[in-house]
Design a protein around this ligand. Structure first.
Ligand SMILES: C[S@@+](CC[C@H](N)C(=O)[O-])C[C@H]1O[C@@H](n2cnc3c(N)ncnc32)[C@H](O)[C@@H]1O
Length: 247
């Protein structure tokens, strides 16, 4: 067993990316050297004797455990991006802005034989994302620090998929056709409904096809001894607008 691994106990979990030093948990301190020689499913104890179980690190942990700079896209929306664009594992993807790199990481993981070019204008966020990609062992991501519109102007390649989660998304739609392969998809995520409408109308004006705009609501269930009911908390995150360039 090699790092990274996840130490988990009920609702608490910690990403461990090296088997040295000490981890401060809610239940005491774990000496991480004790993880050497152990296996997934084994337990390790804090200095107070509380047990944590060792689990393998997997893509679900990108969202749970990556360090955060900018607000990331949530897994429910990432799942829709992958399914509605029919992402195949040998795609060339343009992603902007990188933010914490959570969307870029999922895209890279499910695009094993392809590559993700991700662009972020803030060097401090790009640095956080770079550390996250390193922790996850993702090697098929190329990071560019700069303005996505300027970067797109300088590119000579065509992409299968463009994902935008940044300011200036409407302006980017004007450029998108120049860097998309015929048949390629574009998806824009924006937390504001007015912006999503502008993006949709701009895609329509620019001749993109198969347009769809929607919001996905996650509604949790409160499962209690007396019964199960819908939680009153609704998870609004953002609006997704999809389009396709058909040449
Ligand atoms: C909401 S965050 C993206 C989160 C990311 N999708 C994730 O899952 O972690 C938006 C990011 O876009 C960046 N950004 C905004 N305008 C940009 C531009 N024109 N070019 C590149 N990055 C930009 C911001 O600095 C910010 O980090």
């Amino acid at each position: 067993m090699k790092p990274p691994v996840v130490l988990t106990r009920g609702k608490y979990s910690f990403l461990v990316d090296r088997f040295e030093g000490k981890l401060h948990t809610h239940h005491g301190i774990i000496n991480l050297e004790e993880l050497r020689g152990k296996d997934y499913g084994d337990e390790v104890r804090t200095h107070l004797g509380v047990k944590y179980r060792i689990a393998p690190f997997n893509p679900a942990d990108f969202f749970r455990h990556f360090k955060r700079g900018a607000t990331p896209i949530m897994p429910k929306d990432i799942g829709a991006i992958i399914a509605y664009t029919g992402l195949s594992p040998d795609s060339l993807i343009f992603d902007a802005g990188t933010g914490s790199g959570i969307l870029a990481a999922y895209l890279a993981y499910f695009n094993k034989y392809g590559e993700v070019v991700t662009v972020e204008k803030r060097p401090d966020f790009a640095k956080i994302a770079r550390e996250n990609f390193r922790t996850a062992g993702l090697k098929n991501i190329h990071q560019i620090v700069g303005d996505a519109l300027a970067v797109a102007d300088s590119l000579k390649v065509e992409f299968d998929l463009i994902t935008l989660d940044m300011k200036d998304d409407v302006a980017f739609i004007r450029k998108a056709k120049e860097i998309l392969k015929p048949g390629g998809h574009i998806v824009v995520y924006n937390p504001y409904i007015e912006a999503a409408r502008e993006v949709y109308l701009e895609m329509e004006r620019r001749g993109f096809k198969e347009l769809e705009a929607f919001e996905l609501l996650r509604v949790d269930l409160d499962i209690k001894r007396v019964g199960t009911r819908t939680s009153t908390k609704v998870w609004h995150t953002g609006y997704l607008v999809f389009g396709r360039y058909l040449g």
